[in-house]
Design a protein around this ligand. Structure first.
Ligand code: PEP
Ligand code: MN
Length: 334
């Protein structure tokens, strides 16, 4: 609907659609109101709307994830997170430890991230660990450390939220909410982060198809939260040489189907420090809008994912190497 559409007009057009069995959902999308129907109507069913001046545009997305589709919006929609923007020429680099462990560890990683030109600081405080005996994260104390690191470096912070009941708490401290691979289809969590209106990084489920992933994103978008970024982090296959199999083809596939920015996480995808650099370069070459890379001042002592976190020196040298790759595909690191 056009900006001027008031409540009465919206309900009039909703009634028109409902009478045709189209079950419209009213979505507030930036400064517009959208009426999203559950099925794609035939053009003749809604012909009168074409003449209606308050209707700005009628889209017929064929993808089951309508709002995520390029048929709804044809150019990449950058997502602003504090001082950072994801989906622009400058690549968004998210760096920081797997888990926030203590003040010193986090601040060292944060300063290195800042110095190298990273855009965001990451650090898990609610950790989705496979074993209940493993380090589960510092919880709210970790959130406070993230806020301190932001204060010192100016970097916006991103951290994972595991349950709907914790969304408000995490949103109080973080600039961006992360939905982890294990929660990609936790629909009540997706709706809760949608309602929060915070920028969201949605990681691909380890057994999710690209279409399922986009439909998960759609749950967030349908709450009227347009700030969703996708992150490919590898899927589970028969191959055991790497922790997961990085599906790099997902990058161009998504580019064609969705306007949402696309990041790649070569750390969780490979599970091995030696493979992070090569796959980071490949991801940039494939057209990713940025990377999520785990970094730690002393990875060998890390309380989670010790094998895949880069030292701060390795991270700095990788970013230097990435500059050339970025340049070759019309992007920049800084
Ligand atoms: C993470 O990024 O901290 C994480 C747990 O990754 P994933 O959800 O992709 O496994
Ligand atoms: Mn990790």
């Amino acid at each position: 609907m056009r900006k001027e559409a008031n409540r009465d007009v919206v309900s009039e057009i909703s009634d028109f659609l409902r009478k045709r069995g189209l079950e419209p959902r009213i979505v507030t999308w930036k400064d517009r109101t959208l009426l999203v129907t559950h099925r794609n109507p035939a053009p003749e069913e809604i012909a009168p709307l074409k003449e209606n001046k308050i209707v700005e545009r009628i889209a017929h997305p064929t993808l089951r994830a309508q709002l995520a589709s390029r048929e709804f919006q044809d150019s990449t929609s950058p997502v602003r997170v504090g001082s950072a923007e994801i989906g622009r020429t400058k690549l968004a680099i998210i760096a920081g430890p797997c888990s926030v462990e203590n003040r010193e560890q986090l601040l060292k990683a944060a300063r290195a991230a800042k110095e190298c030109g990273a855009s965001l600081l990451r650090g898990g405080v609610f950790k989705p660990r496979t074993s209940p005996y493993e380090f589960q994260g510092l919880g709210e104390a970790g959130l406070r450390l993230l806020a301190q690191a932001r204060e010192e470096t100016g970097l916006p912070v991103i951290t994972e939220v595991l349950e709907p009941g914790k969304v408000d708490l995490v949103a109080k401290y973080a600039d961006m909410l992360q939905i982890g691979a294990r929660n990609m289809q936790n629909f009540s969590l997706l709706k809760a982060v949608g309602k929060s209106k915070m920028p969201v990084l949605l990681k691909r489920g380890m057994m999710a198809t690209i279409e399922e992933w986009l439909q998960a994103a759609e749950y967030i978008l349908l709450e009227g939260n347009p700030d969703v970024v996708l992150c490919e982090r590898g899927i589970r296959t028969f191959e055991k040489a790497t922790r997961n199999t990085l599906d790099l083809a997902a990058v161009p596939v998504l580019r064609k189907t969705t306007h949402l920015p696309i990041l790649v996480d070569p750390s969780h995808a490979t599970g091995c420090r030696d493979f992070v650099g090569p796959m980071a370069k490949a991801a940039v070459a494939a057209g990713a809008d940025g990377l999520m890379i785990e970094t730690h001042p002393s990875p060998e002592t890390a309380l989670s994912d010790p094998h895949q976190q880069l030292t701060l020196e390795e991270f700095a040298s990788l970013l230097r190497e990435l500059e050339l790759v970025a340049k070759a595909v019309g992007r920049a690191i800084r």
